[in-house]
Write a protein that binds this ligand. Structure first.
Ligand SMILES: [Zn+2]
Length: 103
């Protein structure tokens, strides 16, 4: 069973440059299909390590997620910046996945 949370963020795609709503899948804190918004407080798993959803030192974490552009259908990485348990900002970027098509 794959578990995640998600955020819907309006951003410009770094590849096709089109403004759209990106559904970003995230993997920090308690994973229960929670819809996060910027400014929300993260719910951490009690007594777990950070990799299992626990709280990092000071509630600060730079977490990676992924998303997909609905226009050009590229896969993109997302960087979620959490400060003091609050989701502060989200960036999406193209990490240049090498795929078989590009060889
Ligand atoms: Zn795109």
């Amino acid at each position: 069973m794959s578990r995640y949370n998600y955020m819907n963020i309006t951003k410009k795609c770094p590849l096709c440059n089109k403004l759209g709503i990106f559904e970003i899948f995230t993997y920090f804190g308690r994973l229960n299909c929670i819809n996060f918004e910027i400014g929300d407080k993260v719910i951490w798993e009690k007594f777990n390590s950070v990799s299992k959803g626990g709280r990092p030192d000071n509630g600060d974490l730079l977490s990676l997620g992924w998303t997909e552009c609905k226009n050009c259908e590229c896969e993109l990485d997302a960087r979620i910046d959490i400060k003091n348990d609050i989701v502060c900002s989200v960036d999406i970027f193209n990490s240049n996945h090498s795929t078989d098509d590009e060889k």
